[in-house]
Design a protein. Structure first.
Length: 196
């Protein structure tokens, strides 16, 4: 019978822990990378700079991954603090005053009573889908073809056998309904549709 040595057992446990950390990191990255890029927009206008900042935060976390419990609720707060601090440090380094960051934060849409809220992409898309499901199917189809498939109004009109004017009316009405139903979430969802 094969007997596992204590050294082999320890090595196996270390490998399992490492693999688990990698999986936890991957899930965290997939859930929060894009939302943190949007969050950074409250401070930094330049998209490439925002992407660099958020990427640097995740790289820094990966470098110290063994020091963190990636399953804890505090990790998202920690990452948010790092993104915010890195944005503010960049602004300060570029010679801007700290008031600029506060002004940008006040300009940001309020998605809830809590201005520092972070929503995962899944949560935002779920809100959008739930609202779209309540609409007439023609409205929903026009919206999907326009925003998700980036088709022109003429192409949508031909596909649905309706006039371009009707397509425009359905699209405008859908946007009005979404703006009303989603209230403070609507600006962020529009940014997602345009940027991501």
């Amino acid at each position: 019978m094969y007997d596992e040595s204590p050294y082999q057992s320890t090595t196996m446990k270390k490998n399992q822990l490492k693999k688990k950390k990698e999986q936890q990191f991957q899930l965290l990255y997939e859930a929060y990378y894009a939302p943190f890029c949007l969050y950074a927009k409250r401070f930094i206008e330049d998209k490439e700079v925002r992407i660099d900042i958020v990427s640097d935060v995740f790289v820094s976390l990966w470098d110290k991954v063994d020091d963190f419990d990636l399953d804890s609720k505090t990790i998202v707060g920690y990452l948010k603090m790092c993104v915010k601090n890195n944005c503010l440090n960049l602004i300060k380094h570029q010679g801007y005053e700290w008031e600029y960051a506060e002004k940008m934060q006040k300009k940001a849409p309020i998605y809830e009573s809590e201005t520092d809220s972070i929503y995962t992409l899944n949560e935002l898309y779920q809100m959008l889908n739930d609202t779209l499901d309540k609409l007439p199917k023609e409205y929903k189809k026009v919206f999907a073809e326009s925003f998700f498939h980036h088709k022109t109004q003429a192409d949508i009109a031909a596909e649905l056998n309706i006039s371009v004017k009707s397509v425009n009316r359905y699209k405008q009405r859908t946007l009005e309904i979404l703006r009303k139903e989603l209230k403070d979430y609507f600006p962020l969802i529009l940014v997602l549709l345009v940027e991501y």
